[in-house]
Ligand binder design. Structure first.
Ligand code: PMP
Length: 286
């Protein structure tokens, strides 16, 4: 089915949307993005995603050409026009084009490129949410501002390919022996004493919107947690492990580098936390 996408003020069939070859998003990855999950045809946790977009824009001195409310209206319009019930809305804002390749920022007033599209996919009943995934560890070769959600995603693409070639689903990225995050998700373990552990916020990781909600839900449900870096060895020895992101919510990690995590099945803390998150998400989008 042909999707209707949004590009710079227009809603057009996907094959008619055209962006210049000189667009700075294309030439320099000079662009930021967000992905908001859609459930029951409604946006989930969108305030968090828009707040993070504004932060990414601020950090890169990139001006959003519409108000946050207008942006949400575009997201909703796309959901309606594409009859999307479950999946995601992707949005990308680049610094536009001056009609040539120049490193220097374009003059003030150069229009940015704002593009949005929908993606239909199963979120609640995804097979991997039930089976869990296998991950492999890999050196984190990304730049030092992983807190900014830019489209410079070659390293995560390489990481996923590295994982797939080894028969795994995804990679845990490692810096100085410590896991930063997954290639497109935050990484978590559950220790032998039942404590959730995930890396604290810094420029080393993306400040996941799902991560933040999970910590809040853990607090409300008296599930102990610690925000601290953890090593690859600690992950091998963990009772449970999982990833979080807007479009997976939580997927259990049942194997790391060929080593079984816990007893090899999605663990009870992981399953409970996913159920709590799903309940919140269904209530928020009812
Ligand atoms: N880390 C990285 C590197 C990501 O790409 C993502 C997903 N965009 C996340 C973490 C999870 O963030 P969120 O929960 O906001 O989707």
């Amino acid at each position: 089915m042909t999707r209707i996408v949004y590009l710079n003020g227009d809603y057009v069939p996907e094959q008619e949307a055209r962006v210049s070859v000189f667009d700075r998003g294309f030439l320099f990855a000079d662009a930021v993005y967000e992905v908001t999950a859609v459930l029951n045809g409604k946006l989930l946790e969108n305030d968090g995603h828009i707040a993070r977009l504004l932060r990414s824009c601020r950090e890169l001195n990139l001006a959003l050409p519409v108000t946050p409310d207008a942006l949400e209206a575009i997201q909703r319009e796309l959901i309606a026009r594409n009859h999307l019930r479950e999946g995601a809305v992707y949005l990308q804002l680049s610094r536009g084009s001056t009609g040539d390749r120049e490193f220097d920022f374009p003059p003030a007033g150069t229009p940015p490129t704002l593009a949005l599209f929908t993606q239909a996919r199963s979120v609640i009943n995804h097979a991997k949410a039930i089976s869990g995934i296998r991950v492999v560890t890999l050196e984190d070769i990304r730049w030092h501002r992983r807190d900014i959600k830019t489209v410079g995603l070659l390293a995560p693409c390489l990481a996923k390919e590295f994982a797939h070639v080894q028969g795994a689903d995804d990679a845990f990225l490692v810096e100085d022996g410590l896991i930063t995050e997954g290639s497109s998700c935050n990484a978590w373990i559950v220790t032998a004493s039942g404590t959730l552990v995930t890396r604290p916020l810094s420029n080393d990781i993306l400040h996941g919107i799902t991560r933040r909600s999970l910590l809040e839900l853990a607090k409300n449900h008296a599930i102990p947690f610690e925000e601290r870096a953890f090593s690859v060895e600690e992950a091998y020895a963990a009772r449970e492990a999982f990833i979080s992101s807007a479009t997976t919510f939580i997927w259990p990690v049942v194997n790391i580098d060929g080593r079984t995590v816990g007893d090899g099945a999605p663990g009870p803390v992981t399953r409970a936390l996913r159920a709590i998150y799903v309940e919140m998400a269904l209530r928020a989008t009812a």
